[in-house]
Write a protein that binds this ligand. Sequence first.
Ligand code: AMP
Ligand code: MG
Length: 268
Amino acid sequence: MFEQFRVKPDQPVRLSDFDANGKTYFAGSKDEAKQQFKPLNLKLRELQTLLYAQGKHNLLLVLQGMDTSGKDGTIRGVFKGVNPQGVNVANFKVPTPKELSHDYLWRVHQQTPGKGEIKIFNRSHYEDVLVVRVHSLAPEERWSKRYHHIREFERLLADEGTTIIKFFLHISNDKQRDKLISRRDTPRKQWKFNPNDLKDRALWPDFQQAYEDALNKTSTEYAPWYIVPANQKWYRDLMVATILVETLENLQMHYPPAPEGIEEMEVI
Ligand code: AMP
Ligand code: MG
């Protein structure tokens, strides 16, 4: 259903070819999208229970996007009602001095999911080819080698049994302006207003270029990127939930077998 949004290896995409508006792609109304979302959310709850019970597979979900693209909202919306046991979020902020004293994947590898777990990366190792590149926090000679490291790092995870899906939440420049104004002017949202976001906004074209390169250089069969039109949160959540459910269903999980002779065991 959302195949057109998957970045295929060796078929480079241009971000400007993707409309950030869900309405362009979804013929139904917002209410219809919400109706479609509900059963998916129930399925996700069931599949997560199964993943946890079976303890065989693990899933890594990477969320990236510009400031205000809705990374936090996606986590809240898509995982609504999912048992918090077995689902964890790792937030990657500006690295601490200790983190900076190691290679950039050091802090990331520690956060990857164990068996039976779903791990959501709210930002990720991709910051090291995005913000680091745009703000020249490392010389090009260093960050340019990282696409290769990242492909191989993700291959290692996949080879060892981790299922990986990566979502780029694609919003338009105008949408970001509206959201920043809303954060600035709404008291209960002001805590989220970070003056540094304005500096990043001024570098919008550079970030779009850095994202485009990251998507094209690191979308693989084993760790695909999806470009999610994210101006409308109902479309965003519908798409993320659909792909997530499909991915989990493909694992063909089963509940572990019951202990032998369970029927005869007397419960006193
Ligand atoms: P937020 O996700 O809005 O709370 O902001 C976290 C900030 O940390 C963002 O501005 C990111 O760009 C920044 N950040 C995350 N990872 C890195 C990194 N490896 N190097 C520099 N800045 C980073
Ligand atoms: Mg920022």
